[in-house]
Design a protein around this ligand. Structure first.
Ligand code: ACM
Length: 259
C-alpha cells in the first residue's frame, strides 16, 4: 500500500518565510508518508493585487526558500513531496507544481489553463505532461482549474499515471462534480489538495479530497480547518483499465468515429 498525505493549510499572501515555516511543520507531521501533496501556490499564496507584486514576492526555483525546504524535508524524511509554487523564470511567472524526492527536484509542471486574473500574472504552461516514478508508482501533475479541461488528464493516464496530484486553490465546489468523473473516465487516483482561508475578495473552498479509479471520494477534509488527510492506496487498481468485462477505457476509444 502507498501512503498519501494531503496537507490543507492557509498560505499567507506574499509571506514566503512564514509559509515555508508553517508548511515545514505540517510536512514534519506526515511521518512515513510516501507522497505528500500541498496546495497550489503554497509559497506565495494566490490573490496577488497585480503582476509587479507577484514578481516581487516570487523566486527562481533554485533560489526559492520554500522549494529548498521541500528538498530538505524530502531528503530528511525519505519521501516525495509535491507542491504548488510561484515560479519566476527571467521576466516570466508560471503557476507551477514542483515534485521533489530524496532531496532532488524531479520536475515541474506549469499550469496550462489559467483562471480569471491569473491571466494578468502568469504565462500559460507549455504543456509538458511528464510522469514521475517513485518506487513503482507513476505520478502525473495538474493544477486547480486544469480540471475543467479533460485532455491532459487522459494523456497522463495514457502515459500510465497511477495517480494525478492536483494542488489547488479552489473557490467553488465544481471540482466535486468533475474530478470524480475524470478519475473514473481514466481509471486513475486523483489527489485534489486545496487550501483554506480568505484573500482579499476570494474565499477558498477547503474540502481537499482523494478519488479512487472508480470515481469514489475515499477521503475528504473539512471546509474551514487546517488538516492533513492520510490515506493508503493500492495504486495497482489504476492499472486495471476495464470498465466492464468487455469495455476498456482506452481500447474502446473510437477516434475515427468522432466527426
Ligand atoms: C484556480 O484555478 N485556482 C481556481
Amino acid at each position: 500500500m502507498t501512503k498519501i498525505a494531503q496537507i490543507q493549510f492557509k498560505p499567507i499572501l506574499g509571506n514566503i518565510n512564514l509559509n515555508t515555516a508553517n508548511a515545514e511543520k505540517l510536512i514534519s507531521k506526515c511521518n512515513n508518508s510516501d507522497i505528500i501533496i500541498l496546495p497550489e501556490l503554497s509559497d506565495t499564496a494566490y490573490n496577488f493585487p497585480d503582476r509587479n507584486y507577484a514578481i516581487e514576492v516570487s523566486h527562481k526555483v533554485n533560489e526559492n526558500p520554500f522549494a529548498k525546504m521541500l528538498m530538505n524535508k524530502s531528503e530528511e524524511m525519505n519521501t516525495c513531496i509535491i507542491s504548488g509554487i510561484c515560479e519566476k523564470e527571467g521576466q516570466y511567472l508560471f503557476n507551477s507544481s514542483i515534485i521533489v524526492s530524496k532531496g532532488k527536484i524531479l520536475g515541474l509542471y506549469r499550469k496550462i489553463h489559467l483562471f480569471m486574473n491569473e491571466k494578468d500574472i502568469f504565462e500559460a504552461g507549455d504543456g509538458l505532461l511528464d510522469i514521475y516514478k517513485i518506487g513503482d508508482i507513476k505520478i502525473g501533475m495538474q493544477i486547480c482549474f486544469d480540471y475543467l479541461f479533460p485532455e491532459p488528464w487522459r494523456i497522463l493516464a495514457q502515459k500510465k499515471a497511477d495517480i494525478i496530484a492536483h494542488p489547488s486553490n479552489l473557490v467553488t465546489y465544481n471540482a466535486f462534480k468533475v474530478v470524480p468523473a475524470l478519475s473514473i473516465m481514466n481509471k486513475v487516483f486523483i489527489a485534489t489538495t486545496n487550501r483554506i482561508g480568505t484573500e482579499r475578495d476570494l474565499n477558498f473552498a477547503g474540502k481537499s479530497f482523494l478519488c479512487n479509479p472508480n470515481g469514489e471520494i475515499i477521503a475528504e477534509a473539512s471546509k474551514l480547518k487546517e488538516e492533513i488527510i492520510l490515506s493508503e492506496i493500492d495504486f495497482k487498481l489504476s492499472r486495471n483499465k476495464m470498465i466492464t468485462s468487455r469495455n476498456h477505457v482506452f481500447n474502446d476509444l473510437r477516434p475515427d468515429s468522432y466527426h
